[in-house]
Design a protein around this ligand. Structure first.
Ligand code: ZN
Length: 200
């Protein structure tokens, strides 16, 4: 097992649409273990394969004991087991939407409130390439939408209103320049080395 460096904004692979897994292999199973280890090391609750530089359409999610309590729905917290989603597709969204503050391991130090549908129906494959359909709401639905967005090359800040996105720009710029500290290993695409110096 290994902790992999997490790719941060704006590495090109984070804007790529992932490639569906056609066949399960031992290599992919090992990769999934590494995804879990990398996510846990970074205290994350979700991680998509392209966040560690892989093109596979795979995401791991572990919201643990966190649950709808955090979304003030009044439901009792319960343990949700760790999940591996292979080739996940959201088939339906609820009409109801809600705001919730999101963070992202590829955007260290940045958080903002995102409006998303409350519930989803998702289709995915497990490690035995068995197909599943699941209805999720609350935090699980939130994290699934965030991670499946990653697999489609979408950052959560792209779901913000134009005004909030403009306000986020300086913080995103700092991440792009490698000036935002992360408490886990990251991989930064050095696209703008000459701009790392002073900017004002
Ligand atoms: Zn993310």
């Amino acid at each position: 097992m290994a902790i992999l460096p997490i790719y941060t904004f704006d590495h090109p692979i984070l804007k790529q649409v992932s490639t569906p897994v056609a066949e399960m292999t031992g290599e992919i199973k090992l990769f999934v273990k590494n995804l879990f280890e990398t996510m846990n090391n970074a205290d994350g609750i979700g991680l998509a394969a392209n966040q560690v530089g892989s093109e596979h359409a795979i995401t791991v999610i572990d919201i643990g004991d966190l649950e709808e309590d955090d979304l003030k729905s009044g439901k009792k917290a319960h343990k949700t087991p760790p999940l591996v989603l292979i080739n996940p597709v959201i088939e339906a969204f609820s009409e109801e939407k809600e705001d919730f503050e999101e963070g992202c391991l590829s955007l260290p130090t940045f958080r903002d409130k995102v409006t998303r549908p409350t519930g989803i129906q998702v289709r995915f494959y497990d490690l035995d390439m068995k197909e599943h359909r699941l209805e999720a709401d609350g935090l699980l639905s939130r994290v699934m939408q965030h991670e499946i967005d990653h697999l489609n090359g979408i950052y959560f800040f792209e779901r913000l209103s134009p005004m909030r996105r403009a306000m986020a720009h300086p913080k995103l710029r700092r991440i792009q320049l490698g000036q935002a500290e992360a408490e886990y290993p990251v991989y930064l695409e050095q696209k703008h080395p000459q701009r790392r110096k002073k900017k004002k």
